[in-house]
Design a binder for this molecule. Structure first.
Ligand code: HEM
Length: 397
């Protein structure tokens, strides 16, 4: 049983904010089956008979290895690419090099917030996510505020291009125009700098391996979508929960790093940013006991995260002690599983933790306007926009 905020035992508590909206938006790719049980997802994601099935997989998967993003590779080429980038995501690198970026960016954002007295939560969380991911990728030769704006425009137009209706053609043109702007202002100077001298980042690795420009551009946008957009949402939803729940916030502020990470993990379990991923189960390769038939299969991360066989009772209640009690990893399915499991998971959790620790300590901090909910079709995830935080103002000295 779960101990609620007031320490009373609650059997029917549902703390999820995004679940009802996600249910209303949920639609499945044509011709796909869906798996919802945690052990079934784990079996498919860890198997060698199921390959990447996300949108674009067939188109990109047919290209030469050095033209394909890590996201769309499978088997041995995928393993090679993951090995090449693994050191940029190692916990040691996060706690040393990237920690400096996290501290610097979050302190700058909090100073601005205290000066103005309020800020739009998704805008400051996106700046945080962009600054950190830009350092990992190597987009460090242009101004970071401009980079955040340009990437937001590419990604917003990309989301609109996914929608039905006539405006999607216009959105596609906008994607091209904004992508060119991103190339010219951000990627081109970053590449030039690395052609002169290699750095220690994903871009330098691609320059060293002589990747084609188109592949580099696509890979940057994959990182933007996979790393920046997702982390923005996690920061906003976690801030929303924590600003609303006094007892949880006190626990967060009093907690050590592990305690804070457990709270963020548990919020993400209830509010997974990526709701659904796809795999193609290969004909003639799947064993008879496979939980999915050959073809396209949707893996419902949101459903798996509340599967009682791994969460224990009261799966919809926010309980930071749950994972420890159940002796499972607190990430559940939020970052996927198997060879494609998110390499940026630790990075996202740490930057969220650092950002929230600073935000929640500001005198007078409160959620002055609730965010509104939108939908990102490509990752079947929520988008929280326009939420505002306010705090006591400090006059510029
Ligand atoms: C809350 C934040 C994040 C969430 C919820 C998230 C979620 C996911 C999920 C579910 C996948 C697996 C996709 C699949 O199996 O088809 C994935 C893959 C990936 N993520 Fe993340 N992610 C986050 C943050 C990040 C960050 C910060 C980065 C990098 C800066 C990143 C980079 C990637 C990349 C490159 C992949 C593809 C890996 C592969 O296919 O081998 N992600 N992410």
């Amino acid at each position: 049983l779960v101990v609620s905020e007031s320490n009373a035992v609650s059997v029917d508590r549902d703390d999820r904010k995004t679940a009802a909206f996600a249910e209303s938006q949920r639609h499945l790719a044509k011709g796909s089956a869906t798996l919802t049980r945690f052990p079934d997802l784990r079996e498919i994601l860890r198997s060698s008979y199921a390959v990447q099935g996300m949108d674009g997989a067939e188109e990109f998967g047919a290209l030469e290895e050095d033209q394909v993003s890590v996201f769309y590779l499978d088997g041995e080429p995928h393993r090679r690419r993951r090995t090449a980038i693994s050191r940029y995501f190692a916990l040691k690198t996060i706690k040393t090099r990237y920690n400096d970026v996290m501290e610097k960016t979050s302190i700058g954002l909090m100073n601005d917030l205290q000066r103005t007295g309020s800020a739009v939560l998704d805008q400051i969380s996106f700046q945080m996510a962009v600054d950190v991911a830009a350092d990992v990728v190597g987009l460090t030769n242009s101004d970071s505020k401009g980079l955040a704006i340009r990437l937001r425009k590419v990604l917003d137009a990309g989301t609109a291009a996914y929608e039905r209706g006539s405006s999607r053609h216009f959105a596609k043109l906008k994607v091209l125009a904004y992508t060119w702007l991103f190339y010219w202002k951000d990627l081109r100077p970053a590449l030039k700098a690395r052609e002169r001298e290699l750095g220690d980042d994903v871009l330098s690795q691609m320059v060293k391996d002589k990747f084609k420009l188109g592949t580099i551009l696509r890979e940057c946008l994959v990182y933007a979508m996979a790393g920046m957009v997702t982390t923005r949402e996690l920061i906003v939803v976690a801030a929303w929960h924590l600003l609303e729940k006094d007892e949880l916030r006190q626990r967060y502020l009093a907690g050590d790093e592990d305690e804070q990470l457990a709270i963020v993990d548990e919020i993400l379990r209830l509010e997974p940013v990526a709701g659904m991923i796809y795999r193609i189960v290969r004909e003639n390769e799947a064993p008879a006991e496979s939980p999915a038939c050959p073809g396209l299969v949707g893996l419902d991360l949101r459903a798996a995260n509340v599967d009682e066989s791994v969460t224990g009772p009261c799966p919809f209640a926010l309980d930071p002690d749950r994972a420890k009690r159940m002796k499972v990893a607190g990430n559940y399915m939020s970052f996927g599983d198997g060879p494609h499991r998110c390499p940026g998971a630790q990075l996202a959790l740490h930057e969220t933790r650092v950002f929230l620790d600073k935000l929640l300590r500001l005198p007078g901090i409160r959620l002055s306007k609730l965010p509104t909910m939108g939908w990102n079709t490509s990752i079947m995830g929520y988008e929280l926009r326009g939420g505002e935080v306010s705090c006591d103002r400090i006059a510029a000295g």
